[in-house]
Design a protein around this ligand. Sequence first.
Ligand code: AMP
Ligand code: GLY
Length: 423
Amino acid sequence: MRVLVLGNGGREHALVWKLRQSTRISKLYCAPGNGGIADEAECLPVDVKSLDSIVALGEKLRPDLTVVGPELALTLGVVDEFTRRGWPVFGPTKAAAQLEWSKSFAKEFLQRHRIPTAAYAICDSVEEVRNALSHFHLPVVVKADGLAAGKGVVIAASKEEALSVAAEMFSGKMVGEAGTRVVLEEFLKGDELSFLVLSDGERVAPLVAAQDHKRIGDGDTGPNTGGMGAYSSAEIVDDKMQNWLVNHIARPVVAGMKAEGAEYKGVLYCGLMMTARGPMVLEFNCRFGDPETQPILMRLESDLVEALEASIEGRVSEGDFKWSRDAAVCVVMASGGYPGTFDVGKNIAGLNQVAAIDGVKVFHAGTSKRDGEFFTAGGRVLGVTARAGDLRTAVRIAYDACGKIRFEGATYRKDIAGRALTK
Ligand code: AMP
Ligand code: GLY
């Protein structure tokens, strides 16, 4: 079969890498892809922000399966459009993806279905924020309602700060259209968990859990980023907790969406806070996480094509995934200056050396390839990922590999999975 992956990040490289292991695939495309993906799939140009551009590509390729990486494409209605034309596509419809593209929808949905989440208030003006603030302790979380590529959440230490952030959001200067509505949220304490499930609209099958590291600096300091690293290991969530999360969060969400007429198919990413009061939903993503997908797929031993098809065809079952007990960790190497401004076009050295290390896979995010050499082309450049029998070894191997890769300005966190190791 001929398969198309849409997107250009480390997540898409991991999807391409895993899909390529399926004996069922005869031809793999990625659009637009990146320098590293080009070694493993045929990369084609597309504007992933334009539904017309994606549909034109679909018309040209007529793939037997399309896998959508980024949320924006889902929000544009790629799944609706491909499905209407009879082209098999993995992911939720635009209506179902509302769980990600509208935080106010997600919060009200959670409340309607009594799924645990932080207390909140939805506000459409600074005045409403001012009134609502009296119901919250400090710090308070201020969120833009719409998609803001990780820049739409601020933890405000004072009421003044919350008001000024909200005003900035409403003005459109901070996150554009995404900030025309603002959600205030109770601040939750605990460990964050990325809990992903595969859904066919009715049944769900959990993926192994992962933990992301969103802040730029060691010890969770500095601004939020797209994600500076992630790990997945058997100890993060035991079977009892996994069952609880399936029964009290994932299944009720999928059942609730179906009951409301927006059947949810695809991967449902539940961003959770493990609080003293129990697990609570921070946010939903309607797609694979980046960088969580890199370590998660390193642990997948069964065929990914089969699982994605089970979602599309309505036959998801627990047996769709076979996981390794090994641990996997992904360390993101970024351009100096990220998540602020940074230079691109820096030559990347050491990749061949690292390719020879057992258990290591380097997933490319912002790279380009010219005359057989790789260059930086984005903020997050590489996801250096290692798999080993235990987490400590996986971490050591990943960092050994990072030490062998060089490009001007390269930075990466030194404490990925650090808290799990000290526990
Ligand atoms: P979100 O996009 O909603 O996941 O928010 C981005 C990040 O902000 C999360 O990964 C958390 O680290 C943090 N965050 C969001 N909501 C809360 C909350 N209610 N309490 C504490 N931290 C939060
Ligand atoms: N790693 C967070 C995300 O994919 O949104």
